[in-house]
Design a protein around this ligand. Structure first.
Ligand code: NDP
Length: 330
């Protein structure tokens, strides 16, 4: 039974050396327990924060202990009447091929209508983040302009589509021409800027959003966000979802002072953690599932195969190797 431990706390950009593979005996389910076989593992940018020991909204991973993340698993043995052998669950589980659980905190998932991996993306944490961050904080109105950074990722690709459903002009920022094409063709983005090949991002946003920016859904922070905020409108809303461009920094970067822009334009900028909105998850999932069924939402996944590829897939998030949700299939 292979297991992946956090071996070192990464300094700056994480490397494969920060992880360690070990073998342990395959566990057996005892009274009240179930034996789970990992099928799909979610790798997410927020795991970077848990690899450091700085205080955050979730406790850090312990050194030399298994890493955990969102996972879909199959119940392969059950000593718990609530879980049938052959059924599937999602939840926060450890990076192990096999593990036992009491079932506490796990959700049963049904892979017959959508692929099981969808519960790690569009019908899981990243879909909820997109929907709740946009609707609860961004509050887009028909005809407004929504700008999304990290637009081709798991959260961003969903935010833009919801923006279109709600009648916005949607502008995205992404890191490759292939992603730019995908966002326009498959996800209905009106304009997309390749931030890596564009010299003056602020000017490009001005061109793509001639009426200014009413909602900025920020997944990346840093210079991209500075450029978007230079084009912000009066009474704009800025859900601050993530700041991946800064997660590996070892010093706090200095940017332009934003307070005058925020004051002058009466901008509402609010950070959030998706779990703040747990009470709204059922309603949000229902809405997303309906849009998915009606063909109003598409979803994209980058599926990497093999348990041994989990750490590399995580590192690849910081290189922009994924389109849509990055998932490892075991
Ligand atoms: P993504 O699927 O978007 O993957 C990360 C993407 O970020 C990459 O594909 C890459 O795309 C982009 N990226 C990587 N490095 C940089 C950089 N230096 N500058 C700009 N873009 C970069 O991940 P998620 O959708 O899971 O997460 C997106 C953001 O949302 C993250 O910041 C994450 O922490 C946050 N998040 C927050 C949650 C909350 O509750 N607040 C919950 C879930 C996610 P590209 O090729 O375009 O560079």
């Amino acid at each position: 039974n292979r297991v992946i431990l956090l071996d070192k706390r990464p300094i700056g950009t994480p490397t494969l050396n920060d992880f360690k593979f070990i073998e342990e005996e395959k566990p057996t389910a005892k009274n009240g327990e179930i034996l789970l076989k990992a099928l799909f593992v979610s790798v997410d940018p927020y795991l970077r924060g848990r690899m450091s020991d700085a205080k955050s909204y979730v406790p850090p991973f312990e050194l030399h202990k298994p890493i955990s993340s969102g996972m879909i698993a199959e119940v392969i043995a059950s000593e718990n009447a609530d879980f049938k052998v052959g059924s599937h669950v999602s939840g926060l589980l450890e990076w192990k091929e096999f593990q036992v659980s009491t079932g506490k905190g796990l959700n049963k998932v049904d892979g017959t209508k959508v692929g099981l991996s969808a519960y790690l993306g569009i019908l899981g944490m990243t879909g909820l983040t997109a929907y709740l961050g946009l609707t609860e904080i961004g509050k887009p109105k028909e005809g407004e302009t929504l700008v999304v950074s990290g637009a081709a990722g798991a959260v961003g690709s969903v935010v833009g589509q919801i923006g279109k459903v709600l009648g916005c002009r949607v502008v995205g920022l992404a890191g490759t021409d292939e992603k730019v094409e995908m966002l326009k063709k498959d996800f209905g983005y009106d304009e997309v800027i390749n931030y890596k090949t564009t010299k003056d991002i602020s000017k490009a946003i001005k061109n793509a959003a001639p009426n200014g920016v009413d909602v900025y859904f920020d997944n990346v922070g840093g210079e991209i966000s500075d450029a978007v905020l230079a084009n912000i409108n009066n009474f704009a809303r800025v859900p601050v979802c993530g700041a991946i461009s800064l997660y590996n920094d070892t010093e706090i970067a200095k940017g332009p002072r934003l307070q005058p822009i925020i004051v002058k334009n009466s901008v509402l900028m609010q950070g959030f953690i998706v779990s703040n909105y747990a009470a709204k998850f059922p309603e949000a999932i229902q809405k997303m599932a309906t849009w998915l069924k009606d063909g109003k939402l598409a979803h994209q996944e980058t599926i990497v195969e093999g348990f041994d590829q989990i750490p590399q897939a995580f590192l690849d998030l910081f290189e922009g190797k994924n389109k849509g949700k990055m998932i490892v299939k075991i």
